[in-house]
Write a protein that binds this ligand. Structure first.
Ligand code: ADP
Ligand code: MG
Length: 337
């Protein structure tokens, strides 16, 4: 049995079958992301594991123990939410100390452990502040320390960075990863942001309305999506039906869709050989993203995007028609629609 096992989990609210037969085996010490659009059941699953919700059917095993009916405070699970939920009337130190005080630990033990946690999350110099005088990122570090001090077997993070601005978010992603590796703590990280899941995870589980759509390492999920949903949600794949693809390239391939990422579309060069598909297309839109430019190209019924690094020459102009190429081995066949 894996360190954390979810077996046949179902959660039903009235007529809403929110989790449908979830089976997951999670190895110890890894960071696992649950990725999916809003409303697909990620928080519900985390709340079931934490014991904040009961399951309608199925079993949860942690470290060879059946957790399914164990009350929340006896599960050895720590949780951090998007909205920090700190105690506003307690200092940083006392917020972090809270769980140990409830457990009636000795004062010296509390002081030692809290100081260790303050050091871990880099907040020693702010230990006497109240939450209202901390930035969002700092508040989230306190929430993390408050969960970690209880030495949980599993750390559950429900969109912990979604309320933060982009730069802070990147920093805290790295921090969470560093802390997770340092403590080797099994961590479940919920996010709706595919780039965040890619950046942080050992394994990603992609969810689509209550079900696991696919799973794998970030690279596997990104490079070889198996379904249309996975291709659209991760990697911004262009998806063309077989018919439209053959109109574009003159090649008919058996598949529901042909999928290719925006960055594999290139401006055609004379040295490109017969390992590529060639076609002409018109520039419909130009979006400057900074380090790259995203173009929307149009050729007959085919509309798709292309990413080109900003330093590769002058930008193309809207309305311009050019020759493009895609390497054949960069085109994936998607059979499920
Ligand atoms: P996510 O975290 O992926 O955005 P949630 O787990 O919050 O999704 O919600 C999944 C579905 O379950 C939604 O349709 C939501 O309305 C429903 N849901 C969540 N909590 C409850 C509840 N306490 N009662 C009824 N329906 C709920
Ligand atoms: Mg949620």
């Amino acid at each position: 049995m894996a360190f954390l096992e979810l077996r046949g989990l179902n959660k039903i609210y009235g007529k809403n079958h929110v989790l449908q037969d979830i089976n997951i085996s999670i190895p110890e010490g890894k960071l696992i992301s649950f990725l999916g659009p809003s409303g697909c059941g990620k928080s519900t699953l985390l709340r079931c594991i934490a014991g904040l919700e009961t399951v309608s059917d199925g079993k949860i095993y942690l470290d060879n123990k059946d957790l399914t009916d164990v009350p929340i405070q006896k599960r050895d699970v720590g949780m951090v939410f998007q909205n920090y939920s700190l105690f506003p009337n307690l200092t940083v130190f006392d917020n972090i100390a809270f769980g140990l005080k409830i457990r009636k630990e000795a004062k010296e033990v509390i002081a030692r452990d809290v100081n260790e946690m303050l050091d871990l999350v880099g907040l020693t110099h702010k230990k006497d502040r109240f939450p209202a005088f901390l930035s969002g990122g700092e508040q989230q570090r306190v929430a993390l320390a408050r969960a970690l001090i209880m030495k949980p077997k599993v750390l559950l993070l429900d969109e912990p960075l979604s309320a933060l601005d982009a730069q802070l978010r990147k920093n805290l992603q790295n921090e969470i990863r560093r802390i997770q590796r340092q403590l080797r703590i099994t961590t479940l990280f919920v996010t709706h942001d595919q780039s965040e899941a890619m950046a942080i995870s050992d394994i990603i589980y992609l969810f689509n309305i209550g079900k696991i759509e696919s799973s794998g390492s970030p690279i596997e999920i990104y490079m070889s999506p198996k379904t249309e949903f996975a291709a659209r949600f991760i990697g911004n794949y262009n998806l063309l039906t077989s018919e439209i693809f053959s109109e574009l390239t003159g090649c008919r391939l058996e598949a529901a869709y042909l999928a290719f990422r925006p960055e594999v579309v290139k401006l055609s060069e004379p040295e490109f050989g017969d390992d590529s598909y060639f076609f002409s297309a018109a520039v419909k839109e130009v979006n400057i993203h900074g380090n790259f430019i995203r173009y929307v190209l149009l050729a007959g019924k085919a509309e798709f995007s292309m990413d080109i690094l900003s330093d590769l020459g002058d930008p193309l102009l809207i309305g311009e028609t050019r020759q493009f190429a895609i390497r054949k081995d960069c085109v994936l066949t998607i059979h499920e629609s």
